[in-house]
Unconditional design. Structure first.
Length: 215
């Protein structure tokens, strides 16, 4: 497998292609178009491993030469849930890998008084409760938004959840692990920590701004 275990529920990818593309993603000189393409490519590469445990079933297929016994996905349903807005950048990569998956969306904002995440939008597949849902968020900083998104899914009866991010801070990992010890976390790299404004150091800046050319 192309990842190492941070602990029993946290997996850090060490595949050379992922590490190379993360380096390009960090570069402040990478433009919006390139940044967007890299996020999608990394998501697709990570998705290959995140879905490694999908079950298979044996079927018989007729080739141009004869009959063959081979394996196909057994029908386990998968869905992805990007956290708006930066999580949207990871959707296309996952859809290239698994075009049959369904996509939900969760939008959050932080209450200025309580500092707690508030849900302002949530649209999920009708059969989400039957699916393994993969939450997508490029940056796991404080972990507040990711933890809240997972909690919103659980409130809707969804029990099979994974979290996939590109870069994580130890503080964010701890928050999600403390709040949701049943959720696996997959990330490409774990950085030093957070600065005074809760940005990941060295990180890559604001993923949403770099994806969409805003400030």
């Amino acid at each position: 497998m192309n990842y190492e275990k941070y602990d029993d529920m946290v997996f850090i990818f060490d595949h050379p292609l992922i590490q190379h593309k993360i380096s390009l993603l960090r570069d402040k000189n990478t433009n919006t178009k390139e940044f967007r393409e890299l996020v999608s490519e990394i998501a697709m590469l990570m998705g290959y491993e995140v879905t490694r445990d999908l079950p298979l079933q044996e079927v018989e297929i007729e080739t141009p030469i004869g009959m063959a016994k081979t394996n196909v996905l057994s029908g386990k349903k998968v869905g992805i849930v990007p956290i708006l807005r930066a999580g949207l950048g990871m959707v296309d990569g996952m859809l290239h890998l698994l075009p049959m998956i369904k996509v939900g969306h969760i939008g959050l904002y932080r209450d200025h008084e309580t500092l707690e995440p508030v849900e302002y939008y949530c649209k999920l597949p009708e059969d989400a409760i039957e699916r393994e849902m993969i939450v997508l968020d490029p940056m796991l900083a404080t972990g507040g938004s990711a933890s809240a998104a997972i909690n919103f899914l659980k409130q809707r009866g969804i029990t099979h959840i994974k979290l996939m991010c590109l870069i994580a801070a130890p503080e964010g990992i701890k928050r999600v692990r403390d709040d949701h010890d049943d959720v696996q976390i997959f990330c490409a790299q774990v950085d030093e920590g957070l600065n005074d404004t809760a940005y990941i150091v060295p990180g890559l800046g604001d993923a949403g701004d770099r994806l969409y050319g805003t400030k």
